[in-house]
Design a protein around this ligand. Structure first.
Ligand code: ADP
Ligand code: MG
Length: 371
């Protein structure tokens, strides 16, 4: 009986999703810490309610007459989480979307925002979306055995830094030396990265060792560039292949959990050499992500989608648009000092929120048939 209700809920969820279009945007405001000036410039949603709105008091502006004023900017998203929200609560809001990867959808979840706004806390920390999603998928896949389904779950974890792909699960020795290329199978609409290690998630605890290995690789690299983690994207990729021994159905879905590079506008001036190249690459890949989403939103047959303009969008080509579901978390800081960046982030997120991409189709098919 339990499974039946669960199945119904999922079907209903997928239908609601299709009506909404398949890009959703949620905002999360981080708390202030110890010595930080709590001059909150954001009016937070009521933590008891499922809020969708927030307002930000902008920077001071001086009129021609010399009057100083501050504009209030109002925003609305699919959900707004205030500073007292815990990761558990955030996960509950996305758990159905996560599950739909088991139903054969390609799912992409991004954390976007300036450095220090809470992206890694939300996505890649020991209590973040990566371990939570993995555990839940593992549990659901186990429950679906009763209905004849067996799933293989393969996890990989990459870093995109300076338009190069590094394997966060590879050996630390050649973390930065080994070259990895993105290969697409346009027929099957599948992506592989050459030489990438993937870890079978045959126990729910395997994800903890994945996160540890990724941290080890990151800390080796960090000795050379302290800010590296805020200057690279990390993408956790979970491939789910299911087969139903009773009905003969198969299902292939991918869950991509993406912790993006800091979105703060980096000034090209002042930066030199390596740092300048790095800066240009971050600006480029984030604006390219926006361009890809924008182009998908035009929804016209034959519209050129500039996936190839950055490694990140090229990697995620088959998980963005078409056959996929996308969620973007925009993370913001509540501090006065960050108002300008916060406004920029919220505007970017609004653009994404206003994009409507056609409905997602899952890739479940009866064995032997093509549809
Ligand atoms: P980012 O990855 O966006 O640069 P982090 O996730 O590293 O930011 O967050 C910066 C700091 O703030 C970290 O120490 C993190 O643990 C803490 N932090 C961020 N968001 C929250 C939150 N919602 N609750 C508690 N601590 C948070
Ligand atoms: Mg981070």
């Amino acid at each position: 009986k339990l499974i039946k209700e669960e199945t119904l809920r999922r079907i209903l969820f997928n239908q609601v999703q299709e009506l909404k279009g398949n890009i959703r945007v949620m905002c999360r405001v981080r708390p202030t810490f110890g010595a930080e000036d709590n001059a909150a410039q954001i009016s937070f949603p009521d933590s008891d309610k499922e809020s969708k709105e927030l307002a930000l008091l902008g920077q001071e502006e001086r009129s021609a007459m010399g009057n100083v004023s501050r504009k209030t900017h109002a925003f609305s998203f699919d959900r707004v989480f205030g500073p007292t929200t815990q990761n558990q609560e955030v996960f509950e809001e996305i758990s159905q979307l996560v599950q739909s990867a088991l139903d054969g959808y390609n799912v992409c979840i991004f954390c976007y925002g300036q450095t220090g706004a809470g992206k890694t806390h939300t996505m890649s920390s020991a209590d973040g979306m990566i371990p939570r999603a993995t555990h839940q998928i593992y549990e659901t896949a186990t429950n679906l055995r009763d209905k004849g389904w067996t799933y293989s779950m393969e996890g990989s974890f990459v870093e995109v830094y300076n338009e190069e792909i590094h394997d966060l699960l590879g050996s630390s020795k050649d973390f930065e030396k080994k070259k990895h290329e993105i290969r697409h199978d346009d027929q099957k609409k599948q992506t592989t990265v050459t030489g990438l290690k993937s870890v079978s998630l045959d126990s729910p605890d395997a994800v903890e060792s994945i996160l540890k290995q990724a941290d080890a690789n990151r800390s080796v690299a960090a000795t050379k560039s302290n800010e590296r983690s805020s200057r690279s994207h990390s993408v956790f990729i979970l491939k789910l292949v299911g087969r139903n021994s009773t009905t003969g159905e198969t299902s292939e879905g991918t869950l991509n959990l993406v912790d993006l590079a800091g979105s703060e506008r980096l000034k090209i001036s002042g930066a030199e050499g390596e740092r300048m190249k790095e800066t240009q690459n971050i600006n480029k890949s984030l604006s390219c992500l926006g361009d890809v989403i924008g182009a998908l939103g035009q929804g016209k047959e034959g519209t050129h989608i500039p996936y190839r303009n950055s490694k990140l969008t090229y990697l995620l080509q088959y998980s963005l648009g078409g056959n996929s579901k996308t969620l973007m978390f925009v993370m913001v800081s509540p501090l006065e000092a960050n108002v300008k960046e916060t406004l920029t982030s919220l505007k970017f997120a609004t653009k994404v929120h206003n994009t409507h991409i056609g409905t997602a189709k899952k890739s479940t098919r009866v064995r032997g048939s093509e549809s």
